[in-house]
Design a protein around this ligand. Sequence first.
Ligand code: NAD
Length: 258
Amino acid sequence: MDKGKVALITGSTSGIGLGIAQYLALKGFKIILHGLEDKEYIKNILENLSSMTEVLYLKKDLTKPSDCRELVDEGSDHFRRLDVLVNNAGMQFVNPVESYPLEMWDKVIRLNLSATFHCLQRALPIMRSQNFGRIINIVSTHGLVGSIHKSAYVASKHGVIGLTKVVGLETAKENITCNAVCPGWVYTPLVEKQVIARAEKEGIDIEAAKLKLLAEKQPSEQFVKPEDVGAFVEFLCSESASQMCGGVYTMDGGWTAQ
Ligand code: NAD
């Protein structure tokens, strides 16, 4: 139990981020929940989390640097500290490189890469003043390997791994760590869109499309669960993980072991 520590998880109204928020709430962390949705839309999520711990919800568009800074400032002002920052918010857009729309390239880079920089830049002085901090960047196997039609996503995720290493080094002598977690396929709305597109394109049902997607990349042929990512994040927040500085950790059913 880590009672009283405050964790900000970006993009935590859905998928992996929500899994992390639920896991940390269960372990006694206070939660700064964040997403793009109105409060009314995520009422059930807020009720569930509030039954476990103290929760603050902030709606911010992290493609804007000012919103990234406001998120960290408003969250840490509310709880008067910030122990954990999980940079998780992200998006995918799939298209061959030569016709990849410029506005989508910019948006994916702004959200997946630049928002990670803006949020952690704002969080670091707060963590330094407390002499404790854990920064965890939710990357992807696509931070380590490529896949066709995912130029912006793969470039952004490789970029976050580079950023993780630099921040891991810059904080190595302090009680602050920065690490990257690289999940393989996790069944969330982000992946569901890709499964539906594949089922439509190949004229197969959703279950068959899921299996094809897994069989192509992930040798375990099973999805990673959001709560398993949450459990690993909790470990990275612990004292036992104090020497994990600038590391890159896969949870991918063997995808990148091939
Ligand atoms: P998701 O689509 O379920 O959730 C995305 C979250 O990001 C939501 O909370 C949404 O509100 C928020 N968000 C979207 N656009 C935003 C914006 N402009 N500003 C602020 N917040 C915004 O996605 P997910 O699958 O849970 O993915 C979460 C992270 O994990 C992403 O960084 C993704 O790249 C990464 N990831 C996902 C998978 C997977 O298989 N699902 C695998 C590896 C890594």
